[in-house]
Design a protein around this ligand. Structure first.
Ligand code: ADP
Length: 405
């Protein structure tokens, strides 16, 4: 694909899409890019990033290097993002000069800081847990006073457990801490150098859910099936598709996704993480302004993957159908469990030989505990004699014993 100008079967001239970030989310756009006749140009500081090998061209620079993004803009029709660690202020002048970003910087602005994201969700009336910003230590030694959402209160007066979240740069649970009491709050906050953080009500959820939604340049919104996500130590381990929820709840979640994407006038794909509480209420946990781990199953289980959908949206093509072409699916993340540079070929072959399974290996050069190295999606074809739940459980046990065993 390198430097090759070719005619697309779909587009009447080839398009070049710039992507800020070179991780697995950019890498997983490769197949769709090829079939749509799109060349990808990646801005990343790391030559070892998964997407570097599939790009037509790479610009090796930090993702918040606006001068590099100006070069990227000169080589592309549109720029999109594969992570949220964006320096909006640095990019604003480019947008003012006419560089096309999708989603737009204005749509991203309320989402990049977790506390500001919460304030925005509140403004548009979406359901969520109680939250506050924790901004400064006033007089710890004497009174333990802190500034919480503009008011000074005593740390001891807060109701525990609470969840403390770094406002930026968090991912895979890094930056999210469950806090049991005021002394551990202080200790955790100290680790974060008393930077402003967000405090959130601890939600005793029954399950965690997520949904992927896309919006086109003409304002059409498509929403994928709602999925169940299972986290361990705040990291997503597996995704079950579709989530076993009532149609009323699915409609409610669809409405949340549409309200959010329409009010921000997003062009692109968003992942929305939700809690289902023990009383059956849905609360938004977090919005990711990009493709999301909870949507990886769409590569193998849906008519249009989330990655194709993002490309379609940002280059102005009509969106594809989000429908599944199987009755269900299970996606299991292959997380690193040791420090090594091993490629785990044998394990991957075993996983690939499971019926209806699709292994995606991101080609990272190094494994570390908890690092997302790949994922496996196993499709349910509806001819199974076991109940859905049993089938899902069997698949998960099989995959995880092959991988971690
Ligand atoms: P990240 O942005 O790193 O993914 P999240 O805010 O999504 O972090 O939190 C990661 C996980 O931590 C969630 O999936 C959930 O399991 C747990 N968690 C986050 N917020 C809360 C909360 N308010 N109450 C209970 N658990 C939470």
């Amino acid at each position: 694909m390198h430097n090759k100008i070719f005619q697309s079967p779909i587009l009447n001239q080839s398009k070049r899409v710039g992507i800020i970030g070179g991780g697995q989310l950019a890498w997983m756009m490769a197949v769709a890019a090829e079939s749509l006749g799109i060349e990808l140009v990646i801005q990343t500081p790391y030559a070892s990033d998964p997407a570097v090998a599939i790009a037509s061209e790479n610009i090796f620079a930090s993702i918040d290097d606006a001068a590099a993004t100006a070069k990227l803009a000169a080589r592309c029709d549109v720029i999109t993002f594969e992570n949220e660690f964006i320096n909006l202020n640095a990019l604003m002048p480019l947008a003012r000069q006419g560089v096309c970003f999708h989603p737009s910087l204005t749509a991203l602005a309320p989402l990049l800081d977790k506390y500001q994201q919460r304030c925005y969700l509140k403004e548009i009336g979406l359901p969520q847990a109680g939250f506050m910003s924790l901004e400064g230590k006033l007089d710890k030694e004497e009174l333990g006073l802190v500034e919480v959402s503009g008011q000074s209160i005593k740390l001891n007066d807060l109701e525990f457990p609470l969840v403390l979240k770094a406002r930026r740069q968090g991912y895979d649970g890094k930056g999210t801490f469950i806090i049991k009491d005021s002394s551990s709050l202080d200790a955790t906050w100290q680790q974060l150098k008393y930077e402003p953080v967000m405090l959130e009500e601890f939600v005793g959820f029954e399950r965690e859910l997520a949904v992927i939604a896309a919006r086109s340049v003409t304002g059409k919104v498509v929403v994928y099936p709602v999925v169940e996500t299972q986290q361990e130590e705040q990291v997503c381990r597996r995704v079950i598709v579709p989530a076993e929820i009532s149609s009323t709840l699915a409609t409610e979640i669809n409405a949340i996704a549409s309200t959010l994407l329409n009010s921000l006038q997003v062009v692109g794909v968003f992942g929305i993480e939700l809690f289902l509480t023990t009383t059956g209420k849905v609360l938004v946990n977090e919005v990711s302004p990009r493709t999301h781990n909870s949507g990886h199953y769409t590569l193998d289980a849906c008519e249009t993957s989330q990655f194709e959908q993002q490309l379609r949206a940002v280059i102005g093509l009509p969106l594809g159908s989000p429908k599944m072409h199987c009755t269900g699916a299970v996606m299991v993340n292959l997380l690193g469990y040791e420090h090594s540079q091993y490629e785990y070929l044998e394990k991957r072959q075993k996983l690939a030989s499971l019926p209806n399974s699709f292994v995606h290996w991101y080609g990272k050069k190094e494994s570390r505990p908890g690092r997302k190295l790949g994922h496996v999606t196993v499709l349910e074809k509806g001819d199974d004699k076991l109940s859905n739940r049993n089938w899902q459980q069997e698949v998960i046990e099989k995959v995880e014993s092959l991988w971690y065993g």
